[in-house]
Ligand binder design. Sequence first.
Ligand SMILES: Cc1cc2nc3c(=O)[nH]c(=O)nc-3n(C[C@H](O)[C@H](O)[C@H](O)COP(=O)(O)OP(=O)(O)OC[C@H]3O[C@@H](n4cnc5c(N)ncnc54)[C@H](O)[C@@H]3O)c2cc1C
Ligand code: SF4
Ligand code: SF4
Ligand code: SF4
Length: 367
Amino acid sequence: MIREADLWELETEKRKHVKLPSFLEQGFSALKRDVVDKRICCLCGTCAAFCDKIRISENELKPELVEGYDTICGLCYAFCPRTFLPLSEIESRIFGAEERKRADGDVLGVYQSCYAVKSKKADIKGQDGGAVTSLLAYALEQGIIDCAVITSSDNNWKPVTKVAKNYGELKEGAGTKYTIYPSAMGVKEAMEADCENIGFVGLPCQIQGLRKVQTAEQPYEVGKERIKLLIGLFCMENFKEELLDFVMEKVSLDLDGVRKFDIKGKELLVYDEEGKAYAIALDEIKGYIGEGCSVCMDYTAELADIAVGSVGSEEGWSTVFARTEEGAKIVKGALEKGYIEAKKIEEKGLGVIRRLGESKRRRGSAK
Ligand SMILES: Cc1cc2nc3c(=O)[nH]c(=O)nc-3n(C[C@H](O)[C@H](O)[C@H](O)COP(=O)(O)OP(=O)(O)OC[C@H]3O[C@@H](n4cnc5c(N)ncnc54)[C@H](O)[C@@H]3O)c2cc1C
Ligand code: SF4
Ligand code: SF4
Ligand code: SF4
């Protein structure tokens, strides 16, 4: 028989732990009702990554149930970043309650270090400083991860996820693809390829989905312990695939003649093979912004181990926030081993990131 004193001790012990989202037995129809039909799905791909019954249709780019019979295990509903997002609980779990409290309310989120970073590898042609590819290269070559799920693209700039297992494959992911793609599904591919220590790079919404996978209290073996590193990208918005046709017509170029897309200030810049830039005002393309972006409030990938963006640093450098201890160790190690160089970010740069983050929060909460 359990003594009353033991029961008290058990109860006290329980209270020391953070209350996390508990497992909910809601099936795909609830996910469809609360997220897809409400047009707030951000197409992160998390639901389809952890259930074979869900497919993201290529034509309409929305999650659908492939099999008629739903066992209603509840995972898709519990993992989706758009059903419920208990941010403070998740943050307390990944950063520790004290750290979380210190950053409460700040759009820059929790971080241990913050630098402007540039790759020291001459063959990494990154979007900005090539920080993401270089940090992943360090983590891979040190055996911290055994693969990295990256988003590469085909000849027509259509995003494609890849499970990169070596330096050469990693480099294929460098550069930003500005059309929506359910990249979190690449985690499924990595698990099927027997990777045990998975690194993932993606947008804030994708990081939210994968953090929910890591922290949700649920009774199934989904392999969450194999997800070891989450690198998040800053993101103000992403665009529907139709954007590319519109832009190509505007600038009279073929997609296979485009070397780089970049958003700077209030313009989308399209660079051709010779490096000539064609500019289109963001106002002209706002009709192509993904529906799910309208309610999004995370600009700086607040739940990532490491968050990377271009804003805040000068041209050719990436802004890097190391948020978790693991993330900080990777940034420090990559510096020491000569993968990257780093310098301080000026207060002015942090101010710009804050302003953009706050405007995104306002936009998202107004919906
Ligand atoms: C849709 C989108 C919107 C963005 N908006 C902003 C912004 O508003 N402000 C800002 O400062 N930065 C933004 N960024 C981040 C910025 O464009 C760079 O990705 C970032 O600065 C890292 O540059 P890098 O040279 O260090 O990365 P690189 O070394 O070039 O590596 C880039 C990594 O990004 C991944 N990636 C590329 N496209 C996608 C995609 N569509 N989905 C998931 N992963 C992808 C690749 O797998 C690759 O590993 C955005 C990125 C994306 C994809
Ligand atoms: S089986 Fe589970 S994860 Fe798959 S659709 Fe049904 S409730 Fe969602
Ligand atoms: S937001 Fe992500 S997890 Fe939720 S329904 Fe859409 S693709 Fe699935
Ligand atoms: S704005 Fe939010 S929902 Fe849209 S792609 Fe970026 S992180 Fe995802």
